[in-house]
Write a protein that binds this ligand. Structure first.
Ligand code: AMP
Ligand code: FE
Ligand code: FE
Ligand code: ZN
Length: 314
């Protein structure tokens, strides 16, 4: 997809943007500043930049350690790794897996796993099949909108790969069905709407197991985005922990200070590992930029401390 179409397909206004973000200003042994961003997207899923352009931008923005976490795919990692090696950025293996918990779609970020393990590769192949099956169902569910060859057009938006909801949204805008992508989600693709097809996703515990078995760490992505009550979110985190999940994103873009306070407290009290990730998709949204989040609140254990790239001598 081109930058403009992707930007259009995802653009929303900042929910409750936090105060002017700062860099994660911790010192590196080299004397520089460490800036860790463990959640972002490339053209391999619904981001606007190629993996190498994304890494270049991350370096420009002062990111020192980056995890590329495309939706249900690691297809962008090789290109990102090559760019990272060229530019002196540390790339951590990442993915954002779609799953189901109590009939709701949840995103679980996997970090620092072995991307070559056979069981992991076959799990990802199954997840790709799930995404294709879902794309066909979305096409079917939106047939009343009478867009000719909707699925083919969405596939074209995804450059021949499996299309996600943002790609469908982009086609609906282009075909004049709806004014913009935020409205496309509100009316046709967002939570509870016909195009929000969840039937294909595996259970939360299953995807956590995939990540753990591949030697990685599982992290609940953007916990406040699910619009759950505090009680329900605590239940989610308990089930996640029982399944082997260890981390939660405490810092994500567009989060209110109230949400940050709540997540910090939950993370500290229950002893989860804390993550920091922008969820960057495209340039031009200042509330969601690579590496542009505050430092982790004091007293939290950074999820990245256990990663091989952070061990002394590496
Ligand atoms: P999918 O993996 O195909 O279900 O698409 C999920 C992606 O759709 C998210 O990562 C966002 O990039 C985008 N998205 C989800 N909800 C919205 C929304 N309400 N408005 C705009 N984009 C959205
Ligand atoms: Fe996305
Ligand atoms: Fe997500
Ligand atoms: Zn994401």
């Amino acid at each position: 997809m081109t930058t403009s179409t992707i930007a259009d397909s995802i653009s929303t206004s900042p929910a409750a943007a936090s105060a002017e973000p700062e860099h994660d200003a911790r010192s590196l042994p080299s004397g520089g500043l460490q800036n860790v961003d463990l959640h972002c997207h490339s053209l391999a899923s619904d981001g606007a930049l190629s993996p190498s352009a994304l890494v270049e931008r991350a370096v420009e923005k002062g990111v020192t350690h980056l995890a590329l976490t495309d939706h249900d795919t690691t297809a962008g990692l090789d290109e990102a790794r090559a760019a990272a090696a060229r530019l002196g950025l540390v790339l951590i293996n990442g993915i954002e897996l779609s799953c189901i918990w109590r009939s709701q779609t949840i995103h679980v970020v996997g970090l620092d796993f072995d991307d070559d393990q056979p069981a992991w590769r076959s799990a990802l192949a199954r997840q790709e099949d799930n995404r294709w099956q879902r794309a066909r169902l979305i096409d079917h569910k939106l047939s009343h909108l009478r867009v000719e060859a909707l699925l083919d057009k969405a596939i074209a938006k995804a450059d021949g790969d499996v299309p996600g909801r943002p790609h469908f949204a982009s086609v609906l805008v282009e075909e004049g069905v709806i004014g913009n992508s935020a409205q496309a989600f509100k009316r046709h693709l967002g939570a509870g709407k016909p195009g929000d097809v969840k039937a294909c996703w595996p259970e939360l515990a299953e995807v956590v197991q995939w990540i753990c078995d591949a030697g990685g760490v599982a992290v609940v992505a953007h916990p406040r985005k699910y619009k759950m009550t505090a009680t329900k979110l605590r239940s989610l985190m308990k089930d996640f922990q029982s399944a082997g999940g260890q981390g939660m994103e405490v810092l994500t873009s567009g989060q209110s200070s109230g949400d940050l306070g709540f997540l910090t407290e939950l993370c500290r009290r229950e002893g989860y590992l804390a993550s920091r990730g922008s969820d960057f998709h495209f340039p031009g949204a200042p509330w969601c930029e690579l590496g542009r989040l505050p430092a982790l609140p004091d007293g939290l254990e950074p999820v990245w401390q256990g990663f091989s790239a952070f061990q002394p001598g590496t």
